[in-house]
Design a protein around this ligand. Structure first.
Ligand code: NAI
Length: 462
């Protein structure tokens, strides 16, 4: 009995400490301290973008040593791994968004944030340093009709549009007096691109069908159909073979059809034209089409590439950088990170985020080196004799995760560890939970998950 009493005391004590830490974190998050003003004797860094790379740089950057101007059309950071979940209401969009001022207002020095789209970069006239972290845009490969008729899945407004259109299809399909063919078309959800984005979106759609549509739309639920179109022989090309097979098997069990070796050629308002696996042209009607065929460079980035030496900038997909993330041919004062750069790593959130943290560290080192250099010169040495040593960027891949539907996920981890199934799904959830931007986001997403499990997803069309 005394031992039990102690256990109880320890538990009570830890709960009290946990609660106090939580309360303090919440209090701090709402009470930023006064900030230093800009110091014109210090160098200025201009950062473009508020995605994974730029935000991670901003988070770690010591603004005591630099002035910072931040330009992005998006005044918030978006936790993109949960974007597919937000299209069906498993999580709410705002739960995965973090206003950028919740970050900038906590830096030691004021940050000038400008909500705007950078349209041109002059590589010669600029701030002391420029960091390009503008990401990429959706690849359409020039296929006609994609931009006009398909939904993408990259930004918050894409997810909102998909959710509205999806609910619109459901309500329209129940509208009295419609021909069977029209009902089938409206209830056919087509996803183009079998990369992780397309797979995770199809998985979320399946859950929505299973958990909610069958309950609230019993008359039409049986006609709801999900098809994933992939140009190559298998989905998730970058994952190991056993996990690909697991995904394809799970999709088959969940009645999500995968059309492998099928290439979309044209997109129309209500159907797509594909070259199917038998190399025949086929028309597939759809109610909602989501296009997830990967990334391509933004015009701003292609334009900058064209202004730099052609022998150094020879990649169309992005800016070629050296081992220190400096854009080649820019004389070392323009950096690029994330999806707008062309590196040997996959264009993922993980890489961009690591690059941002690395650049913050590099700026701290640069500041220290500049001070050492002036001391070195004061001591009577020649400035060109000063040796500047900076650590190059190294990336340790932590593994890839993907949700495949029905509370199952796959994980490709280091040392050849491949996991799949329901436990991996719990791992997927906890990994995403811990990677969310702030305590606020964690609480909101946690509540959303609980809400969806308890009351089902919200099916009202806004
Ligand atoms: P992706 O580039 O990985 O996949 C696009 C897919 O579309 C490819 O399989 C391609 O064969 C297919 N495709 C292209 N044109 C087509 C056409 N005309 N018809 C049919 N299929 C066509 O794109 P995704 O999924 O957007 O991912 C982009 C990057 O982000 C990747 O590096 C990916 O690894 C990463 N990512 C990782 C996630 C994770 O680890 N959970 C989640 C989302 C993205």
């Amino acid at each position: 009995a005394p031992r039990f009493k102690w256990t109880k005391r320890v538990l009570k004590g830890s709960a009290a400490v946990g609660l106090a830490v939580f309360a303090w974190t919440v209090y701090e998050s709402r009470h930023p301290l006064p900030q230093f003003e800009w110091d014109h004797s210090k160098e200025t860094i201009a950062i473009l973008g508020t995605g994974w790379g730029s935000t991670s740089l901003l988070k770690d950057l010591d603004t005591e040593n630099y002035n910072v101007v931040l330009v992005s059309p998006r005044a918030y950071f978006l936790f993109t791994p949960l974007l597919p979940s937000s299209t069906v209401g498993t999580v709410e969009l705002r739960s995965i968004m973090q206003p950028i001022r919740f970050l900038t207002r906590f830096k030691r020095r004021e940050i000038l944030y400008v909500e705007g789209n950078c349209t041109n970069i002059d590589p010669t006239k600029k701030y002391d340093y420029l960091v390009v972290g503008v990401g990429a845009e959706n690849a359409t490969f020039g296929i006609p009709g994609v931009k006009e008729n398909a939904c993408f899945l990259k930004e918050a407004w894409d997810a909102r549009r998909i959710r509205t259109q999806l609910l619109d299809c459901l309500e329209s399909a129940t509208f009295p007096g419609q021909p069977e063919s029209e009902i089938n078309r409206l209830l056919h959800m087509v996803v183009v691109g079998g990369g992780p984005t397309g797979v995770e979106y199809a998985a979320e759609l399946h859950d929505f069908l299973n958990d909610d549509i069958q309950t609230w739309y019993p008359d039409i639920a049986g006609k709801f159909k999900i098809t994933l179109v992939e140009a190559t022989p298998h989905v998730l090309g970058m994952f190991p073979k056993d996990l690909i097979q697991y995904t394809e098997r799970t999709f088959a069990e969940n009645k999500v059809e995968i059309l492998n070796n099928t290439m979309v050629k044209e997109v129309h308002q209500k159907d797509i034209l594909v070259l199917n696996k038998d190399k025949e042209l086929e028309t597939i009607p759809f109610g909602l089409l989501v296009w997830a065929t990967g990334n391509t460079a933004r015009p701003l980035v292609s334009d900058l590439i064209s202004k730099l030496p052609k022998d150094l900038q020879n990649q169309r997909r992005g800016l070629v950088v050296d081992d220190w993330l400096a854009v080649k041919g820019s004389k070392g004062s323009i950096y690029a990170l994330g999806d707008c750069s062309a590196t040997k790593w996959a264009p993922t959130a993980q890489v961009a985020s690591r690059q941002g943290a690395y650049l913050a560290e590099q700026f701290a080192q640069l500041y220290a080196l500049k001070r050492e250099k002036s001391k070195f010169v004061e001591e009577g040495n020649k400035p060109e004799e000063f040796v500047q040593k900076l650590q190059p960027f190294v990336y340790n891949h932590q593994g890839s995760l993907a949700y495949v539907g029905g509370d199952k996920a796959i994980a490709d981890l280091p040392f050849g560890i491949h996991l799949s199934g329901a436990m991996t799904y719990l791992f997927w959830r906890s990994a995403y939970m811990s990677n969310l931007f702030s305590l606020r986001n964690r609480v909101l997403v946690g509540f959303d998950w609980l809400k969806a499990k308890t009351f089902g997803r919200d099916i009202s069309r806004e």
